[in-house]
Design a protein around this ligand. Structure first.
Ligand SMILES: Cc1cc2nc3c(=O)[nH]c(=O)nc-3n(C[C@H](O)[C@H](O)[C@H](O)COP(=O)(O)OP(=O)(O)OC[C@H]3O[C@@H](n4cnc5c(N)ncnc54)[C@H](O)[C@@H]3O)c2cc1C
Length: 342
């Protein structure tokens, strides 16, 4: 990407009526609250804005684009991020949630706790677990977020997806989205503008009790403060959970710089005042090395890394994204979205 291309893209996005912030510090936009600046950022949530933006970005194939929701599963490098970072978020009072019979249609920018609480209030159940996930619905679809015995794939019917590469906006079925454990076939240039989820009928009081139970469980078992939830993906079935492996290496409270393994949950890394992304990566690296040495298991990151060099990305990326099933699903979705031709 040349500077001239980025400048031309910025000018076109501004002409489309969308505000662009240049060299914006990103540290207060993720839950880790670390990281450098982005060359250019936009914040969008309305479908018309997403489509207008995609119509522009589709003409600038060389400019890298990255999508961030609530940043609760993202670690941004201290060196910042090249290209355009698109934040998909909306204030809670603008949450777009509609009930259509048993289905709920929700904007990708809405947060999971708002989705959980609103559906229960409307007497719809099945999404109570979402109250424990501090991310957006779009991020949860992309990650196939889950907890308390449920995950997005269980309820998701379809998603409205916008491609920043082709400019296309289309409804994609759950099968076509290729959801798997903590991931999907969605690429970094795809934006989930809305999701349709199945619900069941519930008594509001029962749903409320379930919400309270999920919140209480989270408070008891997970740390607060600056973190991105579980850092490492559970290895293959039978190899133990990532948290249990880390725990057995006595790594709770292991600290480098201002980042440390949580004392409450071994698969969480906490950042404190003065922490940098490098501190967090250093702790991740030590944990990965130690578990490999003691158990022969190579842990990979569940957290999305943004702006890091190839060495760091290669060290933590889940190699399962090259599995034939996943490659086929990604290719199928790219075809559907018009990102590639046969
Ligand atoms: C305290 C804590 C507890 C957590 N517990 C859980 C848990 O129990 N289970 C679990 O699964 N996760 C958990 N997480 C991780 C995180 O909340 C989820 O992965 C969440 O779904 C991420 O949503 P987000 O909007 O924050 O995504 P981001 O961090 O902003 O982005 C994550 C990924 O999603 C993509 N993305 C974001 N928005 C969109 C969009 N609109 N369209 C397309 N792609 C998008 C990004 O490009 C990136 O690849 C936890 C995090 C924290 C901090």
């Amino acid at each position: 990407m040349s500077r001239a291309e980025l400048d031309a893209l910025i000018a076109e996005v501004q002409s489309a009526g969308i505000e662009v912030l240049v060299n914006r510090p990103l540290s207060n936009l993720t839950t880790y609250a670390v990281g450098g600046t982005a060359a250019a950022t936009v914040t969008v949530s309305a479908l018309e804005d997403l489509q207008a933006l995609a119509a522009v970005t589709a003409r600038y194939q060389n400019v890298p684009v990255h999508v961030v929701g609530r940043g609760s599963n993202t670690l941004i490098s201290d060196d910042g991020v090249d290209g355009l970072v698109v934040f998909v978020s909306a204030p809670a009072n603008e949450a777009v949630i509609e009930l259509h019979g048993d289905d709920v249609v929700v904007a990708g920018s809405v947060t999971m706790p708002v989705l959980a609480r609103r559906t229960v209030k409307a007497g719809r159940g099945g999404l109570e677990w979402c109250v424990g996930i501090p991310g957006s619905v779009g991020g949860a679809v992309r990650m196939n977020a889950g907890g308390h015995g449920a995950e997005m794939v269980d309820s998701l019917q379809s998603a409205l997806v916008v491609s920043l590469r082709s400019g296309r906006c289309t409804t994609v079925s759950t099968e076509q989205l290729g959801l798997h454990f903590r991931g999907s076939a969605l690429a970094s240039h795809h934006i989930v503008a809305a999701a349709k989820l199945a619900t069941t009928s519930c008594e509001v009081s029962d749903g409320q009790k379930e919400l309270d139970a999920v919140v209480a469980w989270r408070r008891e078992h997970q740390p607060g403060g600056r973190n991105a939830g579980s850092v490492f993906v559970n290895p293959a079935p039978g190899a133990g959970s990532a948290g249990a492996l880390i725990d057995s290496c006595q790594l709770r409270e292991f600290q480098l710089g201002a980042a440390r393994v949580s004392e409450k949950h071994a698969n969480f890394i906490q950042a404190s005042d003065g922490a940098t992304a490098s501190d967090i990566v250093a702790v991740m690296s030590h944990v990965q090395d130690t578990v490999l040495k003691q158990h022969g298991v190579l842990l990979r990151s569940e957290v999305c890394l943004l702006g890091f060099d190839e060495e760091v990305m290669g060290r933590f990326a889940d190699p399962r994204h090259t599995d034939p099933d996943r490659v086929n699903a990604s290719h199928g979705l790219a075809l559907l979205m018009g990102d590639v031709s046969e």
